[in-house]
Design a protein around this ligand. Structure first.
Ligand code: IMP
Length: 427
């Protein structure tokens, strides 16, 4: 039985939540491994419609162990709100565990995210303002507060005293903002600690046990490969790794234990925030996709930028993740189009290239080279068998498989669990 990572293979918002919710029904464990509440995983299932930001999408199965891994940055207030919301709607969270090594988003991270963005002016990254850049910067700078720190109030106060003093210097001297009160932050985080204590523990041992027993373990990604701080469109990137390698690190799993890496791609492209996006459209097709698919951020409500599928980027993310399979989501959004385009190369400074440049200035100059395919103009939302898809839709999927050099496992034609078409098994 496999250990399988479900990964965003574009700029996030690919529909990973739905895929994990589906697969979790056959799993023993689901581990979120990166990001924070900048993510918004939409899940529609018999319990209703949910937007999860931190809790793994496996939570709807009471026998599935759900872990928020060490690689996730947790805003405790958001997490408690999410737990309460699930409980009120009849979903138990007794099966939720939080790695004691996961870093916490503190009030100064939220303040600094906003102040830093403002200071960037016209070069703002367009972050979600959830404190993600500042919390991961502190992790690497060894200034972080971790979930486990909430369990020892004395040590927490000691650590906070030094850190708040330092952060207040930055807030007041660099940004001319008001300082934070040590007592206020301490009291608040002690309360969070009391509430979350039953969930906080060492989580890598239970992960190891599940893996050794051969149980199905799903590593749930957040964001997408093109937002990776190393391989994404840096600096227009997020601050933790959404890649398969990040899955191992953020869950506490040796890379040799990962059996499968499945990339989730939308049938077209979207992006929120700044940074280059070669296939972005500014025409009625973009508008049509945005409205049909309601392409507005789950976390921030911002309108998403929309465009054709970029197979140069898609092949790149397939390669850097070592994908063993792919899921194509939101195929139904394209149902009404008479023809579709796929970007199969770029023209950069008069030359044709087939790779995704690391330099964003070069990427911004890339003009997409398109291949045009006929549309199917058939409603696919109630189709359940791959062979029942219109031929033009199957041709579109086959062409994607060729271009990304990876087989497609699953095609999604709507938000519901049942609106899924298996091509080849994932598990
Ligand atoms: P941050 O992760 O909030 O620092 O934002 C950095 C960049 O990543 C911005 O362009 C965000 O719009 C983008 N981003 C972060 N999380 C998500 C997500 O879940 N979906 C899509 N874009 C995201």
């Amino acid at each position: 039985m496999p250990v399988i990572a479900i990964l965003g293979a574009q700029w996030g918002d690919e529909g990973k939540g739905k895929v994990v919710d589906m697969l979790a029904q056959q799993a023993r464990m689901v581990v979120r491994f990166s990001g924070g509440d900048n993510a918004g995983h939409s899940v529609v299932n018999p319990y209703g419609e949910f937007k999860l930001h931190l809790i793994p999408s496996g939570i709807f199965n009471k026998d599935v162990v759900c872990i928020i891994g060490n690689g996730v940055a947790i805003n405790p207030k958001v997490l408690i709100g999410e737990i309460d919301n699930l409980n009120e709607r009849g979903v138990t969270t007794d099966n939720l565990f939080i790695s004691d090594r996961a870093h916490l988003i503190m009030p100064y991270h939220l303040l600094l995210d906003g102040l830093e963005e403002k200071a960037r002016g016209g070069k703002a990254i367009g972050t979600t303002l959830k404190g993600i850049g500042p919390v991961f910067a502190d992790k690497i700078a060894r200034l972080g507060i971790r979930a486990g720190d909430l369990l020892d109030k004395e040590a927490l106060r000691d650590r906070l005293t030094t850190i708040i003093d330092y952060k207040n210097t930055i807030l007041t001297k660099v940004y001319k903002a008001k300082p934070l009160s040590l007592d206020g932050v301490y009291e608040q985080y002690c309360q969070y600690g009391e509430r979350l204590a039953p969930h906080i523990c060492e989580t890598t041992i239970m992960l190891d046990e599940a893996v050794n027993k051969g149980e199905v373990v799903i590593l749930e990604g957040a964001q997408g490969a093109l937002l990776d701080p190393d391989f994404g469109t840096y600096p227009y990137a997020t601050s933790s790794s959404p890649l398969a390698a990040g899955a191992c690190l953020g869950a506490g799993l040796g890379p040799t234990k990962l059996d499968r890496a499945v990339g989730v791609y939308k049938a077209y492209c979207t992006r929120v925030g700044g940074g280059p996006m070669p296939t972005e459209l500014h025409d009625e097709t973009a508008e049509l996709i945005r409205e049909r698919a309601h392409e507005y951020g789950t976390t921030t409500g911002r309108a998403r930028r929309c465009g054709w599928l970029d197979a140069v980027a898609a092949r790149y993310t397939s390669r850097i993740n070592g994908l063993t399979g792919a899921v194509i989501t939101r195929l139904d959004i394209l149902d009404i189009l008479p023809s579709l385009k796929i970007c199969v190369g770029y023209e950069l400074d008069g030359k044709q290239i087939g790779y995704f440049p690391g330099d964003i200035a070069a990427l911004a100059r890339c003009k997409p080279i398109y291949e045009e395919l006929p549309g199917w103009q058939t409603d696919t939302t109630s189709i359940r068998g791959y062979d029942q898809l219109p031929e033009a839709a199957r041709n579109y999927i086959s062409r994607i498989e060729e271009l990304i050099a990876c087989p497609v496992n699953l095609v999604s034609v709507g938000p519901g669990r049942e609106q899924s078409i298996e091509k080849t098994p994932i598990l």
